[in-house]
Design a protein around this ligand. Structure first.
Ligand SMILES: [Zn+2]
Length: 181
């Protein structure tokens, strides 16, 4: 039979965890900041040991606070975001913080803009299309001549975790490689 909530709580030692949390919650601000600093460094060092990179998925206020906190304690984790999915005011903050979003087109230098369309198909299902396109499609770019209009698929982009999609990552990688040559 499936485990019920009480059984699960007992298995994971929830009472103990809640009690510990309540103790920490009562501590003062300095204690909490210091505690967070230690845990952040532990996490960072553990990742380094396993040869893994770290990054911060930056969306709204909470994750921006985390990014700034990490920088303040000397952890330089790059912020990653699908900035185009965010409100204009947040986009401006992302830009200031140097959060990674899609690189401009290496051919014409224009920004690539995120688009999200949804429509109902003939089976009554809602279909969502996500892609990036030149911010203004009036001007010509060599990419648009090859494929009109030129789009980068972003079907797997996820605004919750700030993931720009694998095609977009590939695009950024190519632009970076081009820049370093
Ligand atoms: Zn272009």
């Amino acid at each position: 039979m499936a485990e019920n909530v009480l059984e699960r709580m007992s298995r994971i030692g929830a009472d103990r965890k809640i009690a510990d949390f309540k103790v920490k919650q009562k501590e003062n601000y300095e204690f909490k900041v210091n505690y967070a600093r230690i845990r952040a460094w532990e996490f960072y060092n553990e990742c380094a040991k396993r040869d893994l990179n770290v990054h911060v998925s930056v969306g709204g206020l909470d994750s921006i606070t985390l990014l700034l906190f990490l920088r303040s304690i000397g952890i330089d984790a790059p912020g990653i975001s699908v900035s185009y999915l965010e409100d204009k005011s947040i986009m401006a903050v992302h830009k200031k913080l140097g959060v990674v979003s899609l690189k401009p087109c290496p051919f014409c230098g224009r920004e690539m803009k995120f688009h999200k369309d949804s429509f109902v198909n003939k089976y009554g299902q809602t279909v969502v299309h996500q892609y990036y396109q030149h911010e203004d499609t009036e001007q010509d770019c060599v990419l648009d001549e090859i494929c009109m209009p030129f789009t980068i698929p972003a079907g797997d982009a996820n605004e919750e975790i700030g993931y720009i999609g694998w095609c977009a990552e590939k695009w950024n990688k190519r632009v970076e490689d081009g820049e370093s040559k």
